[in-house]
Design a protein around this ligand. Structure first.
Ligand code: ADP
Ligand code: MG
Length: 478
């Protein structure tokens, strides 16, 4: 008579438990107790695991043991099948920590596994369960952004060497948190990744995690929807180094996300875990972040990245060429370095376009070609500013629909957005007051004039408003 699936699995569990080694009780409770046997058919036992993460974890760590147990119970033909209660899975959920509790709402998905073939299926990872120490977490670091590739110059010396120190002794220097700030394309993301990579080199056992503030927010919202907010917070609280990129993204948004981060921050900080934050503004200008979070950000070191001087620009170009294995006449490199002085991203962009041009058209890289290309490149990037564009930027900035400027509403936020649009249109385009008025909700020229004065006044007297004006100005001029 065939044994029941329950008996088979119960016997397997005995064998497994006996062989788990130290920490047996904890491991058993974490990994095996939540598994349910489902059926036994033709020597194939199906077990239900609470999530894809369980399945992966068991495959990676315990498959030999499980295989042994199954064979002892079912003989050489014994096989194992997993039925997974799916975690919510979506394209953006690579690191969403979800607990098992909520997952039962989703339809179970079957992943047949032949235990004699331990090949891997692509399942999203990682997930974490409350109370479970450390698990392997993919750091999500960009491997190309190393410290070696990050050229040192006056513009970044402090930030770079602070990063170096932090990677050596994460969490225990006074640079905690380390806040790296600076304008677009000046290397914040690169440096933050580089510190993470170096830390892992220095301390292979540490859990380093990189996340953009935008993804963090997204995950937080998903967790809220799935009732797994606590798991989410626990997950982040167990890392040794947390890198959050572009924190300014949270400004004036999502107080709850900021609060969750605040708790994570406190926990990590208290436990001497390293926090690295990047931002496109200095902490003093980061209006719209929760004050208590903002004050935490100032606890450690704030180091800025400046635009590189011409020597550093040359060095960056040379490094890039060296990495790509491409030769280029010195005078051409010099030409680019002298003519593109906005930020490193544009510098790289110009270099790449030049290389592409020359290889596509099979032309030699000469200073002539560089000139043509830089002309084109610089012209392309400094596009003409139109009233439409200004409307879009302003509305984006305040999260308003673009057409709200055209509406007749007297809602304060829209009136303000309209006035700012008028102000910038006057400042940055050649359009007349009448045309500007026409395009901003069919107002007359006097209204536009009034708006310009109001904005100028507020920018002088109201700090928050001044921040807005500066921010939008920057966004318009890049
Ligand atoms: P940010 O995050 O500040 O907008 P990034 O880190 O994305 O800027 O940098 C833009 C590009 O410039 C990246 O390709 C990066 O590798 C490069 N870069 C920036 N600073 C340096 C540097 N000091 N040395 C080498 N490359 C740099
Ligand atoms: Mg960046």
């Amino acid at each position: 008579m065939e044994k029941s699936y329950k008996t088979v699995w119960a016997n397997c569990l005995e064998i497994i438990k006996d062989n788990l080694g130290d920490d047996r009780d904890k491991l058993f409770k974490t990994w095996f107790a939540p598994i349910r046997p489902v059926q036994l058919e033709n020597f194939t036992l199906t077990i239900q695991v609470p999530s894809a993460f369980y399945y992966e974890w068991i495959e990676e760590h315990y498959i030999d043991l499980v295989r042994k147990a199954i064979r002892m119970e079912l003989g050489p033909k014994g096989m194992l099948k997993y039925s997974i209660v799916m975690d919510q899975v979506g394209p953006t959920t690579t690191t969403v920590p979800t607990g098992g509790s909520k997952a039962v709402n989703n339809p179970p998905k079957e992943i047949p596994m032949n235990i004699s073939d331990a090949s891997h299926t692509d399942m999203p990872n990682p997930f974490i369960f409350p109370g479970l120490g450390k698990v392997k977490v993919p750091s999500q670091l960009n491997e190309n952004y190393t410290l070696d590739n990050f050229v040192e110059g006056d513009c970044n010396r402090l930030a770079r060497s602070a990063g170096y120190a932090v990677a050596k002794n994460p969490g225990t220097t006074s640079f905690n948190p380390l806040l790296i700030y600076g304008g677009v394309g000046l290397g914040k993301t690169h440096l933050a990744n580089a510190i993470g990579i170096k830390t892992k080199e220095n301390h292979p056992d540490m859990v380093v995690l990189y996340i953009t503030s935008e993804n963090f927010l997204q995950q937080y919202m998903n967790a809220g929807r799935n009732g797994t907010t606590n798991d989410f917070i626990h997950f982040y609280q167990m890392v040794d180094m947390l890198i959050v990129d572009d924190i300014q993204f949270w400004a004036n948004k999502v107080p709850k996300t900021q609060e969750a981060f605040f708790h994570i921050f406190n926990h990590l900080h208290q436990n001497n875990k390293q926090i690295i934050i990047t931002s496109d503004k200095a902490p003093s200008e980061l209006a719209g972040l929760e004050p208590r979070l903002l004050s935490r950000l100032k606890w450690g070191l704030s180091a800025d990245l400046q635009a590189p001087d011409v020597e550093t620009r040359m060095a960056i170009l040379k490094k890039k060429l060296e990495n790509e294995g491409i030769e280029m006449p010195h005078e051409v490199v010099e030409y680019i370095a002298y003519n593109i002085n906005t930020n490193v991203r544009e510098l790289e962009g110009a270099l790449i376009s030049l290389i592409a041009q020359s290889s596509l058209n099979k032309k030699q890289i000469t200073i002539e070609l560089a000139k043509q290309m830089v002309d084109k490149f610089v012209k392309n990037t400094s596009r003409e500013i139109t009233i439409d564009f200004i409307q879009k930027v302003v509305c984006d900035y305040f999260n308003l629909p673009v057409d709200s400027i055209q509406s007749h509403t007297r809602k304060r936020e829209i009136v303000q957005a309209r006035q700012l649009t008028m102000y910038f249109a006057k400042k940055l385009t050649k359009s007349s007051l009448a045309i500007i008025g026409l395009q901003c909700g069919n107002k007359d020229h006097a209204t536009v004039l009034h708006a310009c004065k109001t904005v100028a006044n507020l920018a002088e007297t109201d700090k928050q408003f001044q921040c807005w004006v500066e921010d939008i100005d920057k966004k318009l001029q890049v």
